[in-house]
Design a protein around this ligand. Structure first.
Ligand SMILES: Cc1cc2nc3c(=O)[nH]c(=O)nc-3n(C[C@H](O)[C@H](O)[C@H](O)COP(=O)(O)OP(=O)(O)OC[C@H]3O[C@@H](n4cnc5c(N)ncnc54)[C@H](O)[C@@H]3O)c2cc1C
Length: 509
């Protein structure tokens, strides 16, 4: 097991020691995350770097030490299962790198942006928009860090066309578990480049990402189409993601509203819309909405395109709600809604009492009906829905299998099925957790070959199953090459150290 930092505190070079924080409040903030679920041992210290070189120095020290200690980069702490924790070790507060100003630089000629791994997407986007450029793919919530997102994948409603965030990355600066600073790309140290993308923080700390951009549209027509028939809903979603650019929508997501769940979003619906939709919700067991958007510069072209597309869809007549917004307002919609409702989002505040036992599944298209029958109509039949259930398809050919990020095998189309529960009490959280376990057991019983997004496992067998044997073996090799003492991101519970060599976690639990 890696040693606790306190064993060699005395040996820390002054340049590193001056940036370590041992204050009790700070420590407890970095022992909590958005999920509020996992409570392992707190870190011994929180490191506030002023530069990427500081991070390299810390990691070199951890690696060279006789008693290596765990180190985890933390973006915003938006994880739900302690993935950015470093029990007994050091958490790097990446946000400290934002203090000296935005490390974001746009190349208009190159159509890319260089962004520090600590930057939040909202800041990256605001900077690119100043140059008339935008991100090709975008997460739904822009107050996430670049490094934390790229360590997972970065999904959202444009993935069906442009792939996840990781697909737009052209180059990275990475500091490995040995403290080496390496610039990597598809041509340079490509094993590290692809390994880090979706690599769950296991191979290095991303300190800069070069991300490809596209022209920013002037406006966005944002639509929600309501369905009471599941098959029409999924058929339309799949039809829409099959359309080649520029024929279809530019963004497609969807939500399931179980058990008469009502809509409540004054940033999108008028009072009259809300009343009509909620009347429909009262009349049926489950309702669905397909969320779509067209990015446009000319209103008449958008009118024509949307009209043409809507005639081919089978939503409940009269239940297409739309509005035109700026590109930024559209991409920042989740934050705008959260702010409007005055919901507190945990950005490192340990006083937050909400629990978020989220479960994200990626499910092959052919098994979606089984999820409908067994989960929506079965396991979740009588739940009191608190939170969101996102449900939309993606094209597998937009994901690069060379990356560590994992998606279901075999089928060309898979769905993201996300149970984004919010629990106000421990009892509620445990109830949701019990439902999550039932869902997972159901999928296993039915041999549904799902993959988890933002995965959380604790045994080697589960991680091996998650990655699949070939990818797992490659990942273990990369770990041994770039973080051989398994210093990095121990909160993911994938590897730990035995005799100074990274081993899969459960071999020496
Ligand atoms: C409200 C909300 C909305 C969300 N919406 C989306 C969405 O639309 N799409 C989506 O894909 N995800 C979404 N997520 C999930 C999000 O992508 C993950 O939580 C992700 O981990 C990013 O959060 P973070 O930046 O706080 O990273 P953290 O939670 O701090 O870290 C996540 C992991 O990455 C590691 N890490 C952090 N920074 C770095 C770095 N610079 N280099 C290497 N490793 C690093 C950490 O050690 C940890 O293992 C959402 C989460 C929330 C709470």
């Amino acid at each position: 097991m890696v040693a606790r930092i306190s064993q060699w505190l005395d040996n820390i070079p002054r340049g590193i020691a001056s940036k370590l924080n041992f204050d009790g409040d700070t420590i407890s903030r970095f022992a909590a995350d958005f999920g509020s679920i996992n409570h392992s041992a707190p870190p011994t210290a929180v490191f506030r770097p002023s530069s990427a070189e500081d991070i390299a120095a810390l990691l070199r020290f951890a690696y060279d030490s006789d008693s290596p200690f765990p180190v985890a980069a933390r973006g915003i702490g938006a994880s739900t299962r302690g993935q950015a924790f470093a029990p007994g070790g050091v958490v790097i507060d990446m946000a400290a790198l934002r203090v000296g100003g935005r490390r974001i630089s746009v190349s208009v000629d190159g159509m890319y942006v260089d962004a520090g791994g600590e930057q939040m997407w909202i800041d990256v986007l605001e900077e690119t928009l100043r140059h008339g450029l935008s991100l090709r793919s975008c997460v739904d919530f822009l107050y996430l860090s670049v490094g934390g997102t790229l360590s997972n994948a970065g999904t959202g409603g444009t993935v069906f066309r442009h792939g996840p965030h990781v697909s737009s990355v052209l180059e990275l600066d990475v500091i490995t578990g040995k403290g080496e600073m390496i610039t990597c790309s598809p041509e340079l140290h490509s094993d590290l480049f692809y390994g880090v993308l979706g690599g769950l923080g296991q191979l290095g700390v991303i300190t800069r990402a070069r991300i490809g951009l596209c022209s920013a549209p002037t406006r966005v027509r944002w639509l929600r189409l309501f369905y009471t028939d599941f098959d029409s809903f999924t058929r339309d979603q799949e039809f829409l993601i099959s359309l080649p650019h520029p024929a279809g929508f530019d963004y497609i997501e969807g939500q399931v509203l179980p058990n008469h769940q009502q809509v409540d979003d004054p940033t999108f619906y008028t009072n009259e819309d809300t009343e009509r939709i909620n009347q429909l919700a009262a009349e049926c067991d489950r309702m669905y909405f397909l969320e779509a958007a067209v990015f446009f510069d000319s209103t008449s072209e958008a009118d024509q395109k949307v009209e043409g597309l809507l005639t081919q869809l089978n939503f409940n007549p009269g239940f297409a709600i739309s509005k035109d917004v700026s590109h930024l307002e559209f991409l920042n919609r989740v934050h705008i809604e959260i702010t409007h409702k005055q919901i507190s989002f945990m950005t490192g505040d340990s006083n937050d009492t909400c629990f978020h036992p989220w479960l994200h599944l990626l499910v092959p298209r052919s098994r979606i009906r089984d999820i409908y029958n067994g989960v929506f109509k079965g396991i979740l039949q009588n739940i009191n829905p608190k939170g969101l259930m996102l449900f939309y398809p993606m094209n597998k050919n937009r994901w690069n299998d060379a990356m560590t990020a994992v998606v279901p095998d075999d089928e060309e189309v898979f769905y993201t099925v996300e149970f984004l529960w919010t629990a106000a009490t421990v009892e509620e959280w445990k109830n949701f957790e019990a439902r999550n376990n039932e869902i997972l057991e159901f999928c296993d019983r039915q041999a549904i070959k799902f993959k988890k997004y933002l995965p959380h496992y604790t045994t080697q067998a589960d991680w091996e199953r998650h990655f699949g044997l070939a990818k797992w073996e490659k990942f273990v090799q990369l770990k041994q090459k770039y973080d051989p003492k398994a210093v990095l991101s121990p909160g993911q519970q994938i590897f730990s150290v035995i005799e100074h060599q990274a081993k899969p976690a459960s071999m020496h639990a």
